[in-house]
Write a protein that binds this ligand. Structure first.
Ligand code: S3P
Length: 167
């Protein structure tokens, strides 16, 4: 079965996924990149031209499709847990939640012009974080990454879950 990485924007899902796939020899897929390829436009353009609801539809379709992939690590967009149908897929698979506290996340993503939701005010983003945090936690195995570098997170995942020989 595939392994999913979930967590808020800026939690390191893509970077961790890339490095972990190199170490474990599994394929890596970044859902946002895949959506951009299929739509032939950026996430920002999709949000601006077609709206968030449209983006969420493609995201759900892609998740359902990817849930059949074998030996693949999949980094999801931060909003994947918004929909119940998505959460139902994720809980049935091996899903890791990369947790980091809000302030750490905010320092990484504030003003990021490629992320439509990170360009909003801090208060808005904090509210989104607070709403989503329990959903991530209920959907994936929480990994506390507070203050950790990508390399350390990958080592932790490899060690804690004997990632390579277990699967
Ligand atoms: C989103 C997170 C983004 C991307 C889109 C929406 C969100 O992915 O899917 O901008 O709703 O949190 P990252 O978590 O990889 O930044």
């Amino acid at each position: 079965m595939p392994v999913f990485l979930i967590g808020f924007m800026g939690s390191g899902k893509s970077a961790v996924g890339k490095l972990l796939s190199q170490r474990s020899g599994e394929q890596f897929v970044d859902m946002d990149e895949e959506i951009e390829k299929r739509e032939n436009r950026s996430i920002l353009e999709i949000f601006n031209e077609s709206g968030e609801k449209y983006f969420r539809e493609i995201e759900s379709q892609l998740l359902a499709e990817f849930s059949h992939l074998k030996n693949t690590l999949i980094a999801c967009g931060g909003g994947i847990i918004e929909r119940e149908e998505n959460r139902n897929i994720l809980v049935k698979n091996l899903t890791f939640y990369l947790y980091a506290p809000f302030e750490e996340i905010w320092d990484r993503i504030k003003g990021d012009s490629t992320r439509p939701l990170a360009m909003r005010r801090k208060k808005f983003v904090k509210k989104l974080y607070d709403k989503r945090e329990p959903l991530y936690r209920a959907t994936g195995i929480p990994i506390d990454t507070t203050g950790m570098k990508i390399e350390d997170i990958v080592n932790l995942l490899m060690k804690k879950f004997r990632y390579d020989n277990q699967r």
